[in-house]
Write a protein that binds this ligand. Structure first.
Ligand code: 3H9
Length: 686
C-alpha cells in the first residue's frame, strides 16, 4: 500500500495505490490522514486532488476487517479530517467510488469523475449501513429522495447520472488527473461552496417517510439493513449533523456484528472465490466470439437470450423449420417481455433478435466457437446430438451439454477430441437465474474448463464447479429437500404448513408450491429412470399424485387445487386423503415452523456434507452459492452450509440424530461429524 504525493504547481495530487481495489485498510486510513496533516502544513499547496492508481477509485472499507474490532484511525475521523482540511480536496474518480470510498469523496469539497465511473453506497448489500457519514452527507448534497434511494437499495449511479443527481461536480472526458488539476485551479478562482457538514437538509413531509417506510419494508422483506439505512437518513433530515453522525455510527457498529451481515459477507467472498478457481490460475480460456444453442425450448431459448444479452451472436438449431420458428418465437417473447417491462428498449429487443440465426442446417455450426446442447433429457438423444456436433464443428470448438441429471461422461462417449467437452448446467429461466454449474469430465482440458468460467463472467453468472453425480450439486440437494418435505407429510405436517414454514424461513416459495409451479412430471420422469437403474427414490405421495395426473398448475392441480386462470394454491381434499392413506402407521408429531424448517434444512446440510465428502463440490461456500443463486435460498442467511455453521454444527448433528431415530432423516455423515468437531467446514479433508 502506498499513498504518494506529487505536486503540479499549487495543486498536490495524492495517489492511493492499494491493489486490488484500493480498499480502506487501517494502513491506508493512516496514510491518508498523514497526507492531510502534511498538506495542510505545506504553504505551497492550495488544493488537493485525491486520485487512485489501478482499476478503480477507493471501492470501500476493507470488508476483510469487519470480523475484527475496528482499529484507529477510524474512517469517520478520516472523512471529517479531509472535510475540514485547510485546502479544498477534489476527489478524482475512475472505476468505482463505493461505500467508504464514496464517503471519503463526500468529505472532499468537490468530486469529478470519468463518464464510466460509478458511485454509490452499497453497504446494505453487506447487511450494514454506511458508517462514515454517508447517510448524513448524501442528503445534504443530493436531497433526501436520492439519498434514500441509494442507501436503501445499494444501487450505484453511473458517472453521467451521478452528475445529473448532483453527486459529482464535473464529468471529465480524457485524462482524469489533468482534468481534475485544471478543475481545482478554476475552483480556486471562485468562492468555495460550504463543506457538506455545514449545508442544510430540506426535510420532507411526514407523509414521505410513512410512504417510503412501507415501500422499503416491502422490498427488504426480512433484511434488516435497508430499514436501518432509511432510519439513518431520516435522522439526518430531522436532527443536527453531529447527532445524526453518532446515530449512523451506532447503527453501523450494531449491524456489523449481526448474523445477517456475517452471512452477506460470507456470500460476498464466496462469490469472488468461485469466479477464480486457484487450480485454473494462469490457464488461458478459449476465445468465445460466436455461439450456438441446440434446441429452442424453454431452456434453449433462455440460454440463447443470456448469450445475446452478453452481446454474443447465436445460431439456434432445431430439427426442422417449424421447430426453428417455435424456438425463435420463444426467444422473441423473452426480449419482448423485457421490453414491455421497461428493462430494454424496443430497439434493443430487435437488435438482440437480429443477432440470432435460426436454422435446421448443422452446416451453420462449422465455424462457431461454443455450442451448448439443450435437447430432450434422454441419454440416447443427447449422445446422438453431441456425436453430430463433434463431426460438424471445428476441432477446437467447445462443446457443452446442459444436462441436469445425466452423466456427461456417457453423453461424450466416443466423440472426437473429448477434451473440448464439458457440462454447462444453466438454471431455468436461464437468462435470469445467476447460477451456472460447470461440470468437467475426466477428459475436459484445463483450457476448456477455464472457458466455462470465462463464459460465466461474460454472462454475469455465478460459476460453481461441480463433479459428476446424480443431479450434480443443486438437484442432488433438491431431491433431499423434496424427500424431507414428504416425510413431514407422513408424520403429521400438511403442504400448507410446510410451505408456510419455508417461506417464513425466507425462501420465496415452499417445496410444494415450487413443485406445482415447475410441474411434478419432470421429477416423476427422473424417478422412473432412477428406478430403471435399480435405485429406490423416495416420493410415495408425489408418485400417487402423478399416477392420477395431478402435475401441478399446468394440469389444474398438484399438491394444491387451482381455480381456472388462477395461481392461488387451495388445499385439496384429494391430496389430504392420499396423505392420510400413506401416513397410516407412521408416528405423528406436532410440527411448528421452526421444527419443520429444521427437518428440511439439516438433511440438506447433511447431503451438502456428503457432496463435499465425495468431491462433487470443492468448497462448502460453493454449495451455498448453488442454493442462493439457483434455488432462491435467502442470501441474508448465507446459504445452508453457512447457516448450519452459524447455528452451531453440534446442534445440527444432535437434531439430525433425533430425526434419524424417528425415521425422519439419515443420520449425520462422517464429514459432517468431523466438521462439527472442528466447528466449521473449512479445512475438513475428504
Ligand atoms: C463500507 O465501505 C463500509 C463503510 O461505509 C463504513 C466503514 C466504517 N474489501 O469484485 P472483484 C476484493 S462497506 C476487501 O472480483 P471487480 C475481492 O475480494 C464496502 N476486499 O473485482 C477480490 O479479491 P481476490 C462497500 C475487496 O473488478 C478483489 O478485490 N464497498 C473489497 O469485478 C477483486 O474484486 C463494496 O461493497 C472490499 N471492499 O469489481 C464494494 N472489494 O482477488 C465491493 C473487493 O482476492 N466491491 N475486494 O478474490 C465491488 O463491488 C467490486 O469489487 C468492484 C470491482 C466493483 C469494486
Amino acid at each position: 500500500m502506498t499513498v504518494s504525493i506529487e505536486q503540479q504547481g499549487e495543486i498536490a495530487v495524492v495517489t492511493v495505490d492499494n491493489p486490488p481495489v484500493n480498499a480502506l485498510s487501517q494502513a491506508l486510513r493512516q496514510g491518508l490522514l498523514d497526507a492531510a496533516e502534511r498538506l495542510d502544513a505545506d504553504p505551497s499547496v492550495k488544493a488537493v486532488v485525491l486520485a487512485c492508481a489501478g482499476r478503480t477509485f477507493i471501492a470501500g472499507a476493507d470488508v476483510g476487517e469487519f470480523g475484527k474490532p475496528p482499529q484507529p484511525p477510524h474512517l469517520p475521523d478520516l472523512v471529517a479530517r479531509v472535510e475540514r482540511a485547510a485546502k479544498p480536496w477534489v476527489a478524482a474518480i475512475h472505476g468505482s467510488a463505493l461505500g467508504g470510498g464514496f464517503e471519503v469523496a463526500l468529505g472532499c469539497r468537490f468530486r469529478v469523475a470519468v463518464p464510466s465511473a460509478n458511485v454509490g453506497l452499497p453497504e446494505v448489500r453487506l447487511g450494514i449501513v454506511p458508517g462514515a457519514g454517508g447517510t448524513v452527507r448524501l442528503p445534504r448534497l443530493a436531497g433526501v429522495e436520492t439519498a434514500v434511494d441509494m442507501v436503501t437499495t445499494g444501487a450505484p449511479l453511473g458517472g453521467l447520472k451521478a452528475r445529473e443527481a448532483g453527486l459529482i461536480d464535473a464529468v471529465i472526458d480524457g485524462d482524469l488527473i489533468a482534468g481534475a488539476v485544471q478543475f481545482s485551479r478554476e475552483a480556486l478562482g471562485r468562492p468555495l461552496p460550504d463543506a457538506l457538514r455545514d449545508r442544510p437538509v430540506a426535510a420532507p413531509a411526514e407523509a414521505f417517510w410513512e410512504a417510503t417506510e412501507k415501500t422499503v419494508a416491502a422490498r427488504a422483506k426480512r433484511e434488516e439493513a435497508p430499514m436501518k439505512a432509511l432510519a439513518c437518513v431520516r435522522r439526518a433530515a430531522e436532527t443536527d449533523f453531529e447527532t445524526a453522525i453518532a446515530f449512523e455510527r451506532e447503527t453501523f457498529l450494531a449491524l456489523r456484528g449481526s448474523p445477517q451481515a456475517a452471512a452477506l459477507r460470507h456470500v460476498f467472498f464466496a462469490e469472488r472465490a468461485a469466479t477464480r478457481p486457484p487450480e485454473l490460475a494462469g490457464v488461458q480460456p478459449h476465445r468465445i466470439k460466436s455461439t450456438a444453442v441446440i434446441g429452442g425450448g424453454t431452456m434453449g431459448a433462455g440460454m440463447a437470450a443470456a448469450l445475446r444479452d452478453a452481446g454474443l451472436p447465436v445460431v439456434l438449431i432445431e430439427r426442422d423449420d417449424a421447430q426453428v420458428e417455435r424456438g425463435l418465437a420463444n426467444l422473441r417473447s423473452i426480449f419482448d417481455g423485457a421490453a414491455k417491462r421497461g428493462r430494454i428498449s424496443a430497439g434493443v429487443a430487435a437488435e438482440r433478435m437480429a443477432g440470432v440465426t435460426g436454422t435446421a442446417d448443422h452446416a451453420a455450426l462449422a465455424d462457431v466457437d461454443l455450442v451448448i446442447e439443450a435437447v430432450f433429457e434422454d441419454l440416447d438423444v443427447k449422445r446422438d446430438v453431441v456425436g453430430r456436433l463433434s463431426a460438424v464443428c471445428r476441432d477446437d470448438a467447445v462443446l457443452a451439454t446442459n444436462t441436469s441429471y445425466l452423466d456427461p461422461e456417457r453423453i461424450a462417449e466416443g466423440i472426437g477430441n473429448p477434451g473440448r467437452f464439458l457440462g454447462l448446467h444453466f438454471f431455468s429461466p436461464a437468462h435470469v437465474m445467476k447460477l451456472l454449474e460447470i461440470v468437467p469430465t475426466q477428459a475436459t482440458t484445463p483450457e476448456v474448463l477455464a472457458t466455462g468460467f470465462a463464459l460465466a463472467r461474460t454472462l454475469n453468472k455465478v460459476p460453481v464447479r461441480a463433479g459428476i453425480s446424480d443431479g450434480f450439486i443443486g438437484n442432488r440437494i433438491l431431491k433431499v429437500t423434496r424427500a424431507q418435505a414428504e416425510r413431514l407429510l407422513l408424520s403429521g405436517g400438511t403442504p400448507t404448513a410446510v410451505d408456510a414454514a419455508m417461506r417464513a424461513f425466507g425462501l420465496p416459495m415452499g417445496p410444494f408450491e415450487a413443485q406445482d409451479l415447475g410441474g411434478l412430471d419432470i421429477a416423476a420422469f427422473q424417478r422412473k429412470a432412477a428406478r430403471a437403474r435399480g435405485e429406490t427414490p423416495f416420493a410415495p405421495i408425489a408418485d400417487r399424485l402423478c399416477a392420477i395426473e395431478r402435475f401441478g398448475q399446468k394440469s389444474g392441480g398438484g399438491w394444491y387445487n387451482y381455480e381456472p386462470g388462477e395461481r392461488t394454491p387451495r388445499p385439496s381434499e384429494t391430496v389430504a386423503a392420499i396423505i392420510a392413506e400413506e401416513a397410516a402407521g407412521f408416528p405423528h408429531r406436532d410440527w411448528d415452523e421452526s421444527s419443520i424448517a429444521e427437518c428440511i434444512l439439516w438433511p440438506m446440510v447433511n447431503e451438502g456434507a456428503r457432496i463435499l465428502g465425495d468431491g462433487t463440490a470443492l468448497r462448502a461456500s460453493d454449495i451455498d452459492l448453488v442454493k442462493i443463486h439457483g434455488y432462491g435460498f435467502p442470501r441474508w442467511r448465507g446459504g445452508p452450509m453457512h447457516y448450519a455453521e452459524a447455528s452451531g454444527l453440534d446442534k445440527v448433528v444432535d437434531a439430525l440424530r433425533a430425526l434419524a431415530s424417528a425415521g425422519l432423516a439419515d443420520p449425520p455423515c462422517e464429514l459432517l461429524l468431523e466438521a462439527a468437531r472442528r466447528g466449521s467446514f473449512s479445512g475438513v479433508l475428504r
